[in-house]
Design a protein. Sequence first.
Length: 70
Amino acid sequence: MQRADLAPTVGYAIVVDGHFKIEFVDEGAATKAAAELLRKYPMLKIEVYDASSKSRALVRSPASALQQQR
């Protein structure tokens, strides 16, 4: 059983408000799932975690990306 408070060691994971939630084998699937989740719940802070580089990438909604460009 995978603990939600530990970072995965392989693949990618969705991080919601600082908590690891779902693991994926490839980055594209993780990013797509994160974008769908953000579309349903725009108030959440959602990141995609890369286990190989131990880094996180913030997922932004298209609307927030347009507002930052202005």
